[in-house]
Design a protein around this ligand. Sequence first.
Ligand SMILES: [Zn+2]
Length: 122
Amino acid sequence: MSAERKKLELQLDNLIRRIVNKRDKDCVLCGDRNLLGVSHFVKRDKKAYRWDLRNCHLMCGKCHEEWEKNENEKYYEYMVYHYGPDVPIDLHRGSRHPVKISEEELKIMKIELELQMEQIDD
Ligand SMILES: [Zn+2]
């Protein structure tokens, strides 16, 4: 991976963390604030969705760990209640067709997330 690409990916991860923290404020599944971190509905190694805000939500340590162990059905419920069934289905369908994200696409994603960050700023 090129240094430029690595830098962009780190910047995108940081932007996602900041936006999701501001947007969600506490665990989307249980409301707890303990060991908050970003959880990905479709695993973050699927880079097409790693920086998609519909795929990223704030979770406490306990809910995140349960989700990682496939023991948390609540995330499915959250996704369907929050977005309707199409979004979580699309995310899963898309994740079965791995795509290579170019550096140009990463730059575009970064600009888009920076705009989102400004809009969510109060
Ligand atoms: Zn929780």
